[in-house]
Design a protein around this ligand. Structure first.
Ligand SMILES: NC(=O)c1ccc[n+]([C@@H]2O[C@H](COP(=O)([O-])OP(=O)(O)OC[C@H]3O[C@@H](n4cnc5c(N)ncnc54)[C@H](O)[C@@H]3O)[C@@H](O)[C@H]2O)c1
Length: 317
């Protein structure tokens, strides 16, 4: 039977730190009128659904409940946050085998119910798991996206806004490539309200561009490690990234976000998912934006892709 889509329904698979923070944020966003929480630990999903539902009378009317795969099949967006998280000193890529196995138990359950919405992957390593979700689901590639470097890009904008004492919403810059250790700050296209970054830095009294940018990119890249060493998990920032992506989908905003999606020849990269800025709307990712990269950035992006492809090639899907 062909499945219909309930445009006002969202589902979250995995209700740990990230899933429950995303659910709490989505409840407050009023984007959806129905939210289903699914977890291998049913009691955890039920407890989170009850707790979050107790905020509804302060936000806006909606239904929140714990459910199974039959309950989520008609959601407009299914957010997958199920999977092990990084422990101190673990990289995101260390999680690959554990989380691919978890995905083997989740994605086919969604696919076999003729899911017609958008699959939003958040669990790590997000680029590899987005690739895995594309391959295991057989869904059209535009409807399978990863949160990718949306969070890293928000971290970069925040760090630059602090450095330059300007509103982070006026900073236009992207982290691209892997959401992880090989990510790249695309400095050559960065600007503040159309003013090239270096010119804006000078306006604000900063002249040592190379050193500052290197320090900011390193800080952004390592911020998850720093947070995990202090509080064992990161979840509020990514919850806001999930909300922002859902907003683009539900409202068909066609906003440009660096989500993770399948590459086909872009910048010489093929058959792997990674983050590049793309137009996101009701159909998921519509098209990638060919931002200009210099030679070093292109080489780093290709190296990031090569490393991800090597990992993907070793998977038994
Ligand atoms: N993409 C990002 O920007 C980003 C940011 C932070 C964390 N993460 C990732 O999100 C994932 C979740 O992190 P967390 O801190 O919430 O972990 P967590 O351990 O708190 O939660 C994971 C949840 O997944 C559930 N789960 C496990 N297997 C399942 C299955 N087969 N079906 C349904 N539920 C299942 C567990 O019961 C648990 O409740 C991790 O992989 C983490 O690295 C991604």
């Amino acid at each position: 039977m062909s499945q219909s889509v309930n445009a006002r329904k969202v589902a979250i698979v995995g209700c740990g730190f990230v899933g429950s923070a995303a659910a709490f944020t989505l409840m407050q966003s009023k984007l959806f009128s129905e939210m289903v929480l699914l977890d291998a630990n049913t009691e955890k999903a039920e407890g989170e659904a009850m707790d979050i539902a107790h905020g509804i009378s302060f936000a806006g009317q909606m239904k929140i409940y714990a459910g199974g795969y039959d309950d989520i099949a008609d959601a407009a967006v299914i957010v997958v946050t199920a999977g092990a998280n990084q422990k101190p000193n673990e990289t995101r890529l260390d999680l690959v085998h554990k989380n691919v196995n978890i995905f083997k138990s989740i994605i086919p359950e969604i696919a076999k119910r003729d899911f017609k919405g958008i699959l939003l992957i958040v669990a790590n390593p997000v680029d590899i798991l987005t690739y895995v979700a594309v391959k295991l689901s057989g869904l059209p590639e535009n409807r399978v996206i990863g949160s990718g470097t949306v969070l890293d890009t928000a971290r970069l904008k925040y760090a630059l806004s602090e450095h330059l004492e300007v509103d982070s919403r006026n900073v236009h810059s992207f982290i691209i490539g892997e959401h992880g250790d090989s990510e790249i700050a695309a400095w050559s296209s960065a600007n503040v309200s159309g003013v090239p970054l270096n010119t804006f830095c000078e306006m604000r009294g900063h002249f040592n561009h190379e050193k500052s940018m290197e320090a900011i990119a390193e800080k952004v890249k390592n911020s998850a490690y720093e947070i995990i060493s202090k509080k064992h998990a990161t979840y509020y920032g990514v919850a806001m990234a999930v909300k922002r992506i859902c907003e683009c989908i539900v409202r068909d905003e066609k906003s440009i976000l660096p989500v993770s999606s399948m590459m086909h020849g872009n910048y010489g990269i093929d058959d792997i998912s990674l983050s590049m800025p793309g137009i996101v709307g009701a159909n998921g990712i519509e098209t990638l934006i060919p931002i200009s990269l210099d030679e070093t950035e292109t080489a780093k992006l290709q190296e990031s892709a090569r490393m991800l492809k090597e990992i993907a090639a070793g998977l038994d899907l």
